[in-house]
Design a protein around this ligand. Structure first.
Ligand SMILES: [Zn+2]
Length: 1024
């Protein structure tokens, strides 16, 4: 294979992909209307003009030879809406003018599209051309730059997105062209369906992430998963183009954009658009500008990824299924190795990974020494016992041959099915026949129907294959021992770095309790409140190979590895990873105390110096508040009770002594009130002074999971709104007197009706699938920004459909409320600059929020929080009026006291808002904490009244109980008024049935939302 051949192949490959992106011009709808045209011709001529304006003719050549294959990809990418255009609008040249974008998951939601100005379009093209110019000499680079910047540049300029097809206004031009580029992979190079669908999945993520003693461990475990997944994908992304990504979405993907930016040379002008985009979507850095490294700070890449690859590589070499599967596995192993390099603070110059390392290395010179001792320790142990660190993460890999599946599908359609997937295929073929019959299709149309269903069939097969493989291929956890000459031997000498010496046998890791420890540092108690390493541990650390100094041990190591800890390879890797990245990524939280005090500590900083003037305990409290990693047992006292006493006594003494200090505390309380106002939106209330100065022993664990994501992916959404949309369009055409168009929409409605009736879902197209993964990506980004920047919490993981976060107890309820609202977007859409990304509005999202003590074992609390989500919230059924809603509920629990309560989140989240109002009224001292006990007297009456259909009576009893528990002089206060208003809205709130949280299997209880609300208050009343 000559260099010239390779060069030509690359050019041809990326030319076709670039043409897939540009085959419709960005201003398509206005070009069709004739209101904004760049040429005298049609929108095709305009597309060529855009190609030339962007300098792509020089860089990639004439797109004419890509026309045919891009046309085929275009058609396949929009399988579901082409039913309408091909059947109903045959031979109708008329352009239907329509300026609304409807949500693809539920067309009921719509937004208006402004018109585009010519000067704005020209400016866009000119600037984009300038940005692409430096890469013109290299087809791969210029394609990547185009792919990454095209939509981002448009969104950043707040330009309105064009519809791809005004007759099917459920997606924008960007949705369409990005899906076309994705689909092209399945048709390359000959136009025949082929290529591969690849799934990479890291099983057991909960165990990997959940094994954590500190908040930092938690973050590191999650970042590990994200980064290993990303580094597995990146070589494919770079080689083939980011369009091969189906999940995570390549659109609005900060990992892609930041890595690519470095790979392209790291020019600052090139960054500015990405920087603008992500500084509005991701948490903002505390100080300074949003830099490229900030884009990979938060774990937003899920542990399950899906790639779509062509059967021929860009350089023209064939790609076989087995070879690809082997390659994916090797990439995964490599990614795990690279992670160890990151934790060791090493640089990697190997292509194409160097870019990611360079991205993270920017601020290394400023790294504070606190990081180094832990990293040094880790590197030494890893180099001495490398086998202990191999294979810490495992992956499931599935590669499906699309050409083969497509062949089987066509056979099944002809009734000659055979092979493994045949039952499923036969069933799908029957659906096709039924459909063909209802549509009275002739042979030619029948074949077309088979083609139309191909993507759907592919997905059905992919899911069925994956779930059957998931069952078959159990991914065993790492084997710590191997059989050698009939004796069982450990894979490494685990005890080598125990301070108790070698040959004592291994002990398990004190953090996760499951892996063998590779480091053990025993402790001694010096005096109450001070913990130190034992003499033996100190000796181990000071001698070779570690050779740490006393200073390093006391000021650096202690933050990362506590005296008394024994750590296994995975847990030690997390510690080192956190230490190694802490400064580079400006990570905030490390201990659970950091989280628990996250809401109040910033407002108390002004008081710290005054506390020190008290001497003694005051100094200790100052030290605690100011320490980079808060630890009550190191700074205050080993007993949490005594730590609390010391802390609160110091503040009391300060207030008594100095009127100025008292004013400062008052001011802090005022600031905290307005902070609470900002996140809960309840006006005019004030928290008392001791709210500012009381010790925080609790924080929140939040776990969330979108309902029915799998059904959503398969197109199982309420289909009526699609018919309503077509009817709405028909009526619109009629109103304008466009009779033939109206008729065509009527016909389309019939076809779609038949289709939906037969399948009971929409047929997911590549456009639909990519829209879903993009919606999840945008939700994930906005979710991390919300948790970190607005609520002062620590996002542990955010995948759009699922979230895991730690929050100060003050912000827990707000986090549930806001994240639930975020999932559905603003009126059904996520606004990203000028662009709109449809939100998956058809299903809800379930939450579990747990108040945990800083004394509890975090790993256990996280597990319990997840259990309650699955076993209680996800199993809830809400009967309201005549309808029954499922899932979409919040389970609220506490680690101490054992309270568990459930609230429905559907509708306008009224019950949650009522709970927030009750909780705030309690904080202000307006509402009695005894409400639940008082309510016991009327509870049975409320339930009985509701059961008998007397809902108004039930609500009245509830309201009276509320009023009885409000301080009489506070009835007119705003939080109370709001509470009573909200209580009125709960009148027809119905009842929720759910499993007993700690009951026997099958045991369920039903209670009105009113009583559930009181139960929820019982859980929340004691916090923060
Ligand atoms: Zn461990």
């Amino acid at each position: 294979m000559g260099a010239r051949y390779v060069e030509e192949s690359l050019k041809k490959f990326f030319r076709a992909k670039a043409w897939a992106l540009l085959h419709d011009p960005p201003h398509k709808m206005w070009a069709l209307y004739g209101t904004l045209k760049l040429t005298a011709g049609g929108h095709r001529e305009d597309a060529i003009k855009v190609w030339e304006e962007l300098g792509l003719k020089e860089a990639l050549g004439d797109p004419a030879d890509s026309e045919k294959i891009v046309h085929a990809a275009d058609d396949m990418a929009s399988t579901s809406d082409r039913w309408i255009t091909n059947f109903a609008f045959a031979n109708m040249p008329r352009v239907f003018e329509y300026n609304k974008l409807h949500n693809i998951f539920d067309p009921k939601h719509q937004i208006d599209i402004r018109s585009l100005r010519r000067d704005k379009l020209e400016e866009f093209l000119r600037d984009l051309a300038g940005e692409l110019k430096p890469f013109a000499g290299d087809p791969r680079r210029v394609y990547h730059a185009l792919y990454a910047l095209y939509e981002v540049e448009w969104a950043a300029r707040k330009l309105p997105p064009s519809l791809a097809d005004t007759r099917a206004p459920t997606h924008t031009l960007f949705d369409h062209v990005y899906a076309t580029a994705l689909t092209l992979n399945l048709l390359w190079p000959d136009g025949e369906a082929g290529g591969y669908a690849v799934m990479v999945d890291i099983p057991g993520i909960q165990q990997v992430v959940g094994a954590a003693r500190k908040a930092g461990d938690f973050w590191a475990g999650s970042w590990m998963i994200s980064t290993v997944t990303w580094l597995t994908l990146w070589p494919f992304v770079w080689e083939f183009g980011a369009d091969v990504l189906l999940k995570p979405s390549p659109r609005y993907n900060p990992y892609y954009h930041a890595t690519l930016w470095t790979q392209l040379g790291g020019d600052h002008r090139l960054w500015s658009r990405f920087g603008e985009l992500y500084s509005s979507l991701l948490p903002r850095p505390v100080r300074g500008m949003f830099e490229p490294r900030h884009a990979v700070r938060q774990p937003v890449i899920p542990g399950t990824a899906c790639l779509v690859l062509p059967k021929v590589r860009p350089d023209g070499r064939e790609l076989g299924r087995q070879q690809l599967e082997r390659e994916v596995r090797e990439r995964f192993e490599k990614a795990c190795e690279l992670l160890l390099a990151l934790a060791s603070g090493e640089q990697v110059s190997e292509e194409p990974y160097a870019a990611f390392f360079k991205l993270l290395s920017e601020k290394e010179e400023t790294a504070k020494p606190s990081a180094r001792a832990v990293v040094k320790l880790f590197k030494t142990i890893k180099d001495a016992e490398p086998r202990a660190f191999e294979g810490l993460l495992r992956a499931r890999v599935a590669v499906l041959d699309v050409g083969q599946l497509y062949g089987e599908w066509l056979k099944a359609v002809k009734g000659e099915a055979g092979g493994a997937a045949s039952d499923l295929l036969k069933g799908l073929a029957e659906v096709r026949d039924e459909l063909a019959e209802k549509l009275k299709a002739d042979e030619e149309k029948k074949e077309m129907i088979a083609e139309r269903l191909a993507w759907w069939v592919l997905f059905e097969l992919l899911y069925s294959e994956l779930s059957s493989r998931a069952g078959r291929v159990l991914v065993a956890p790492k084997a710590w021992f191997v059989l050698k000459d009939r004796t069982v031997e450990p894979v490494a000498e685990f005890e080598r770095f125990y301070d108790s010496g070698r040959g004592v046998g291994y002990i398990t890791c004190t953090t996760c309790g499951s892996e063998p420890a590779v480091l053990r540092l025993s402790k001694k108690v010096v005096e109450p409140g001070t913990l130190d390493y034992s003499e033996r541990a100190r000796k181990l650390l000071k001698e070779p190979p570690f050779q740490l100094t006393d200073k390093e041990i006391d000021y650096e190591l202690k933050i990362g590895v506590k005296p008394g800890e024994a750590l296994g390879p995975l847990c030690l890797t997390k510690r080192a990873l956190y230490a190694s990245l802490k400064n580079r990524l400006e990570l905030g939280f490390e201990s659970t105390e950091d989280v628990a005090f996250g809401f109040v500590a910033p407002e108390l900083s002004g008081l710290a110096a005054r506390l020190a003037e008290l001497g003694g305990e005051g100094v200790a409290v100052k030290r605690f508040l100011e320490s980079e990693v808060k630890s009550f047992d190191e700074t205050l006292d080993q007993s949490a009770e005594r730590a609390r006493a010391i802390y609160e006594r110091a503040f009391r003494e300060l207030i008594e002594r100095s009127p100025e200090a008292r004013d400062a505390v008052r001011r802090a309380a005022k600031t905290l009130s307005s902070k609470l106002y900002r996140i809960y939106q309840v006006e005019s209330f004030e928290v008392p002074e001791d709210f500012a100065t009381s010790f925080r022993s609790y924080y929140c664990i939040l776990r969330a999971d979108a309902d029915n994501v799998r059904r959503l992916a398969k197109g199982e959404i309420p289909v009526d709104s699609y018919l309503e949309l077509l009817d709405q369009l028909r009526a619109e055409a009629e109103r304008r007197g466009e009779v033939s168009v109206a008729e065509a929409f009527g016909k389309a409605g019939e076809i779609v009706g038949t289709l939906l009736e037969t399948l009971e879902r929409v047929v997911p197209s590549p456009t639909y699938s990519l829209a879903l993964s993009t919606a999840l990506m945008v939700t994930a980004l906005k979710g991390t920004a919300l948790v970190e920047s607005e609520l002062g919490g620590m996002p542990v993981f955010s995948g759009g459909d699922d979230d895991l976060a730690l929050l100060p107890a003050e912000a827990g309820l707000a986090a549930v409320d806001r994240l639930r609202a975020l999932y559905h977007g603003e009126r059904g859409f996520h606004r990203v600059g000028g662009c709109a990304v449809p939100a998956p509005v058809v299903y809800g999202k379930s939450f579990s929020l747990r108040f945990a003590s800083i004394l509890d074992l975090m790993a256990d609390e996280v597990t319990e929080c997840a259990r309650l989500l699955e076993e209680v919230a996800k199993e809830a059924k809400w009967a309201r009026g005549g309808e029954t809603l499922e899932k979409d509920a919040l389970v609220l629990s506490e680690s101490r006291g054992g309270g568990v309560a459930l609230l429905p989140l559907g509708g306008g989240r009224e019950s949650l808002k009522a709970l927030e109002a009750m909780w705030i009224a309690r904080l202000c001292g307006f509402l009695s904490a005894n409400l639940p006990e008082d309510y016991e007297r009327v509870r049975d009456a409320v339930e009985a009244a509701a059961k008998a259909g007397k809902e108004e009576l039930a609500a009245e009893l509830f309201r009276r109980a509320l009023e009885r528990n409000v301080r009489p002089d506070k009835l007119k206060e705003r939080p109370v008024e709001l509470l009573l208003e909200l209580a009125r809205e709960l009148e027809r709130s119905g009842a929720v049935e759910a499993p007993e949280p700690h009951g026997r299997p099958g045991e369920r209880s039903a209670l009105t939302v009113l009583s559930r609300l009181v139960e929820a208050y019982r859980v929340a009343r004691g916090y923060p």
